[in-house]
Design a protein around this ligand. Structure first.
Ligand SMILES: [Zn+2]
Length: 435
């Protein structure tokens, strides 16, 4: 295997297109972009430890997937074409009840290499056994914000154990001292977490200065149940409990009204749009992008877990986002390609406060190279339009995160071993569930 995939070192990426200009990128050992420009190639030719021949590839900041349950890769294709409630209660939850830390480790490792292979360099995850997920992230070299999925079901003992689990997890992530891995607080949703639990999560996140990751207004039922039980719609419940902050990422947000879009903007809360999951589970309403945009809410993009997607391909997700918004608003000018590209990258990086927002000097070297020499990317009248509407994750040739090459010319170290292990975990998980 190529040395560059085994260790860190300064890298010269030659002959790539950055912001429409032919350029060369020099990445220092500190994982940051140190120089950028036409003459950088000759200047660093002999100084860089490694050289990557870009061959006119388009260099972009890596994608940022702001809503995932990474280890659900093990459930890929296990249950499809079902109604949301029976899908959850008859298929997903019984399987999840048998999950072990080792399953989460192998499922998250698989997710990480799938993301690397499709150009994602940062993800925002919520699941169980998150220390095992952190181990997977650490080893595969990607960036992640990880949250223990906090679910108390209004049961006092469960509330107490979730508090302890969250405190322990955040402490454990902080003690890793790995700048690529951050902890977040993950109250699952208003229908699974009590108001006492939500208030605790808000206070804890504030004290720890970390993000909050939550599901919000995914279905009409969630909104109606909230109004019936609490006399308030979900965003108001979250606001009253202190959950809507400028460090909060709210996933789905399909059933927001126009006032709620302004409320999220006022609070600086970020939205994770999950078009594939929403369409697959037929939630019957598209996230109101135009209202959110008019209110100046930061809208980011996420795939959701592999049980409801069924992959982690952010290029596909960008296309679905653009198409869903056009279809739902009956307006083909809504969410154009360059806007959805930012949604899938820079918007997510600024929401999470990690990763690269652009390819520029001083930015973290989270860089992907898009292959211009493949059929689905030929001809190139408009590279951004091609990327969003013609391509999928297979056009990513090389992925660099934090200045380390994680995939070179589509080779990812240990891919075979990681896939083999995930197959064994998935098979044994289903067998345990069916006993
Ligand atoms: Zn989710």
């Amino acid at each position: 295997m190529d040395e560059i995939l085994k260790k860190r070192g300064s890298i010269l990426v030659k002959d790539v297109i950055v912001n429409k200009k032919r350029s060369n990128v020099f990445i220092g050992e500190n994982g940051k972009i140190e120089e950028l420009g036409e003459d950088v190639g000759t200047k660093f030719q002999n100084k860089a430890e490694f050289v990557i021949e870009g061959k006119s590839a388009y260099a972009l900041p890596g994608f940022v997937n702001t809503h995932t349950h990474a280890a659900m890769t093990l459930l890929r294709g296990y249950a499809d074409d079902m109604q949301l409630q029976p899908w959850l209660s008859d298929k997903i939850w019984p399987l999840e009840a048998h999950l072990t830390a080792e399953d989460v480790y192998s499922g998250t490792r698989l997710a990480c290499i799938e993301m690397i292979a499709s150009g994602t360099t940062t993800f925002n995850d919520m699941y169980f056994f998150m220390d095992a997920a952190a181990r997977a992230v650490d080893e595969t070299g990607i960036r992640a914000t990880l949250a223990h999925g906090f679910i108390d079901l209004s049961i006092k003992e469960k509330l107490e154990s979730e508090i302890v689990a969250t405190e322990n997890f955040v402490r454990s992530i902080k003690s890793r001292n790995n700048p690529r891995i951050k902890a977040a607080v993950g109250p699952h949703a208003i229908y699974t977490v009590s108001e006492v639990g939500l208030r605790w999560c808000s206070e804890f996140a504030k004290n720890e200065e970390i993000c909050i990751h939550i599901h919000l207004s995914e279905t009409e039922g969630e909104v109606n149940d909230s109004v019936k039980a609490k006399g308030k719609r979900p965003p108001e419940v979250l606001n009253d409990c202190g959950i809507l902050t400028d460090k909060t990422i709210a996933a789905h947000c399909c059933w927001l009204n126009i006032e709620e879009c302004s409320l999220l903007a006022k609070k600086g809360t970020h939205v994770a749009h999950n078009p594939v999951s929403n369409m697959k589970l037929a939630v019957n309403k598209a996230m109101p992008y135009q209202w959110l945009k008019n209110a100046k809410t930061n809208v980011t993009l996420g795939t959701d877990g592999c049980a409801s997607n069924n992959n982690l391909d952010m290029i596909e997700e960008m296309k679905f986002a653009a198409l869903l918004q056009k279809f739902a608003s009956n307006d083909p000018t809504i969410l154009p390609a360059d806007e959805v590209l930012k949604m899938g990258s820079a918007a997510g990086a600024s929401a999470l406060g990690m990763g690269a927002t652009s390819i520029a000097v001083g930015q973290p070297a989270d860089i992907i190279l898009i292959d211009p020499e493949v059929p689905m990317n030929t001809p190139i009248h408009n590279p951004v339009s091609n990327l969003v509407y013609s391509c999928n994750g297979s056009v990513v040739r090389t992925t660099i995160c934090d200045g380390r090459v994680l995939m070179l010319d589509r080779i990812i170290p240990n891919e075979q071993e990681i896939r083999d292990e995930a197959k064994i975990s998935a098979k044994s998980l289903v067998e345990r569930t069916l006993i």
